[in-house]
Design a protein around this ligand. Structure first.
Ligand SMILES: NC(=O)c1ccc[n+]([C@@H]2O[C@H](COP(=O)([O-])OP(=O)(O)OC[C@H]3O[C@@H](n4cnc5c(N)ncnc54)[C@H](O)[C@@H]3O)[C@@H](O)[C@H]2O)c1
Length: 256
């Protein structure tokens, strides 16, 4: 049981691996030996992450996919399979968010958020997990949830609903795929300044987040690497599936 966190010989697919949190998690996987497909809507941003991984001596390649399109996901899966032969780890990190008072909810915006945060991850799991099962690859799927998934956050109704659904997807698939040796878990990050929440983090919001975070600070994206590598490693987390792992500075443990 030495080298519990060694991922050499493994291939990871990091969907949304070009985002702020997704790229840090993907870099964590590469630093521990995994070869990583960085998949984003924006190829240039994905290529920047690849360059960073390669500069540190790791192996990665950039691909594009839009998780709201099944065709696009299938195309990416074909390209990644050609490159790597298959994958053992699937990291689902795409996400979008916007603040809307409930009665002003625009249903197009509702659909957009649900299409990416929930339906997009369901389609990604259908396509990418199916190939793992067909190839009889045991492995790990890691979804990125949110503190709003268990206790809803003010202002972000649709986002909270989508992430609550994602927890359910995670636990459903944990049951479903256990017999195939595929573990499915989610990370619940607390608050990490990034692109998708920049518009929502005004001063009042930041004050109330700090009042509810015992550690009294935002997270740094690198602080998600430990949980990611732990859940990816079939040595470190071999009996862990269906878990919702909080990395939130204590936010979820806070009352008054
Ligand atoms: N930043 C936080 O505080 C925080 C907290 C909890 C959960 N999260 C979750 O972490 C994940 C990463 O978010 P982030 O904060 O790094 O934001 P980010 O905006 O930097 O990253 C989001 C990523 O999702 C990708 N994406 C969006 N729509 C997509 C689509 N249709 N197809 C493919 N990719 C798409 C973006 O290109 C980007 O790479 C998201 O699921 C988010 O909900 C973030």
């Amino acid at each position: 049981m030495k080298n519990l966190f060694d991922l050499s010989g493994k291939t990871a697919v990091a969907i949304g691996g070009n985002g702020v949190l997704g790229s840090s998690m993907a870099i964590g996987l590469a630093d521990h030996g995994a070869k990583v497909a960085i998949v984003g809507r924006n190829l240039e941003k994905a290529e920047e992450v690849v360059k960073e991984i390669e500069a540190a001596g790791g192996q990665a390649k950039a691909f594009t996919a839009d998780v709201s399109s099944k065709e696009s996901l299938l195309k990416a899966a074909d390209e990644i399979e050609k490159w790597s032969g298959g994958w053992d780890i699937l990291l689902n990190a795409p996400g979008t968010n916007s603040a809307t008072p409930f009665f002003e909810l625009d249903m197009e915006e509702y659909d957009k958020i649900m299409d990416i945060n929930l339906k997009g991850i369901v389609m990604t799991c259908q396509i990418f997990a199916k190939r793992m099962i067909e190839q009889e690859r045991k492995g790990s799927i890691i979804n990125i949830s949110s503190v709003s998934s268990t206790t809803p956050l003010s202002r972000v109704f649709t986002y909270s609903v989508s992430k609550a659904g994602l927890n359910s997807v995670t636990q459903f698939l944990a049951r479903e795929f256990a017999e195939n040796g595929i573990r499915v878990n989610a990370i619940i990050p607390g608050f990490f300044p990034a692109e998708q929440n920049r518009k929502i983090l005004d001063k009042d919001r930041i004050d109330s987040i700090m009042r509810h975070t015992p550690m009294q600070r935002f997270g740094e994206s690198e602080e998600l690497q430990g949980a990611t590598v732990f859940l990816a490693s079939d040595k470190a987390s071999s009996f862990v599936t269906g878990a919702l792992l909080r990395v939130d500075g204590g936010f979820g443990a806070m009352t008054i």
